[in-house]
Design a protein around this ligand. Structure first.
Ligand code: PXP
Length: 246
């Protein structure tokens, strides 16, 4: 069965838009994570960025305590965040690019140019009992490099596929790259996840990609929650206002 990891970063993005610099505020990404789990999600993904633009340090520790499924900790391969991950001990870390020089043309982590550094972090994580995934484009050179680092997983970057989804020719090209990438990773002994830009429209097309274990999806789920939840939220507010002047 294909597993779903829900990326809750954008719940924190909404909170930070109003409450940046404060220690509380809504919506609470941990509350959202618990509701995702209750709805059947197999894991929660959160990215503690070096610039702390959405998820904050306190969130990640509370998530580690509260969630009952698996925490996939997305992170840059930077000394500060590596130390946090080693203390946090999530189930898995996913190394993602944050700085421009770490990014391939397709947007994934440039493992081929940073192989030594990635291998060293993989080893430190594995020694601490933490699995590693590398967020990479479906590029044969990057997949080969990923296999040499000792990481257990790759997460195939589906961003180009999602971007080109409405152009049948380009969609077919991007889908074929994902199929080939998944096959290559599998044949090199790595497990395959995928994510970025997946939504309620493009998801089923991805069925063509073999060997996938988990999809990490954030923006479309948080967006859908706003539109499907806003009716109940307005009705609740109207009920509260209804007492005025009575
Ligand atoms: N996977 C990785 C590695 C990510 O960094 C993100 C967030 O950009 C996602 C998956 C989820 O992407 P989206 O929010 O587009 O669903």
């Amino acid at each position: 069965m294909l597993k779903l990891g829900v990326n809750i970063d954008h719940v924190a993005t909404i909170r930070e838009a109003r409450y940046r610099g404060r220690s509380t505020g809504e919506p609470d990404p941990i509350e959202a994570a618990l509701q995702c789990e209750a709805a059947g999600a197999h894991g929660i993904t959160a990215h503690l960025r070096e610039d702390r633009r959405h998820i904050q340090d306190r969130d990640i520790w509370r998530l580690r305590e509260a969630i009952k499924t698996r925490l996939n900790f997305e992170m840059a391969n930077s000394p500060e965040i590596v130390e946090i991950a080693l203390k946090l001990k999530p189930h898995i870390v996913c190394l993602v690019p944050e700085r421009r020089e770490e990014v391939t043309t397709e947007g994934g982590l440039d493992v081929a140019s940073h192989e030594q550094a990635v291998r060293s972090t993989c080893r430190r994580m594995n020694d601490a009992g933490i699995e590693v995934s590398l967020f990479i484009a479906p590029d044969p050179r990057q997949i080969e490099a990923a296999a040499r680092t000792g990481s257990q997983f790759i997460e195939l970057h589906t961003g180009a596929f999602a971007e080109e989804f409405h152009d049948a020719g380009k969609r077919a090209t991007e889908l074929a790259r994902l199929v080939d990438g998944a096959q290559q990773a599998h044949s090199l002994g790595m497990k395959v996840n995928a994510g970025h830009g997946l939504n309620y429209e493009n998801l089923k097309t991805l069925y063509a990609v073999p060997h996938m274990i988990e999809l990490n999806i954030g923006h479309s789920i948080v967006s859908r929650a706003v539109t499907t939840g806003i009716t109940a939220a307005v009705m609740e507010m109207l009920r509260l206002m209804d007492g005025y002047g009575k």
